[in-house]
Design a protein around this ligand. Sequence first.
Ligand code: ADP
Length: 336
Amino acid sequence: MTPRLEARRLVRRYGNITAVKDLSLSLGAGQVTCLLGPSGCGKSTLLRLLAGLERPDAGLIVADGVTLSGQEVHSPAESRDIGLVFQDHALFPHLSALDNVAFGLADVPKPHRRPRALAALEQVQMSHRAHASPGSLSGGERQRVALARTLVRGPAVVLMDEPFSGLDGALRTEVRAVTLEALKRSGAAVLIVTHDPQDALMTADTLILMREGEILQTGAPQDCYFRPRSVVAARLLGDVNVLTARMAGSSAVTAFGSLAVDRPVSQILARPEALVLSGDGVQALVVERRFAGSRTQLVLTSGGEIATGYAPPVGGPSPGDRVGVVLDPAACTGLD
Ligand code: ADP
């Protein structure tokens, strides 16, 4: 993959806070990268640095081999081939959806502006609302118009700050799908910043896990989820059981079962779905059962350790029952 945009060892300080610490990443054309981290970990700062809205204290930003930010270089935001979609959409309230999108094409001959804007609205399935004012659109529709306004210029890179926040349930899923399709079709290198694990797992080709200004792990969503490099990285993506492991030959033995490992480990990180209920497994006691819609969460104890597992939403064991558990190696990873 040839990177479209690269950050090399970026640093950004505010007083004695270092918001971005020696951070490197690269974004590939046609690829969606999601940056996931808790509030305050430096995601927006990184986005502003990449967009050129702020200057780094150290490090480089390079696009297609050209330095955009460096020690003596700072190309301003408006000269970068980068589209930024803000969280609040920032649409002009007195302009129609179409004119909001066309507004970004001031340098394009007038007769071409509206047809191009309409085509961009079509990409995000909003052409039927072209003449609506932003005030009469739903949050999800405004988000799609804001995306069209960015895509209409055909930027090489698109940066999105929490694009799905403020949208709930089915609407969020729908807007996410439309957005992803439009972004993929555009061929841009895309970076989406989010603090929502579900958004990140469902949209990313590559996931970057970030905490306190640093990258903890970069990889495919499945690898980050099932093969986290640390407990902290694992917890960014959801529940995880941290099981004490004892080596017996080439097996790691835990209170909830054993796993073959290729190197000595002292802990096994097991997602709840790794604890498979099976008659012939290690015997564990069900301590608690919580209905959670599409599945039921079980709290289990064995050998003095506690772990969370899942059972089907209907039926299944109750508190006080004993169940057999085996660990699914595909949903576990070992740590030294
Ligand atoms: P996130 O987007 O992950 O919530 P931010 O990039 O907004 O994180 O912030 C990272 C850290 O930098 C936080 O501690 C925040 O308080 C600090 N910070 C961000 N912008 C500024 C600023 N303009 N001035 C001072 N501190 C800032």
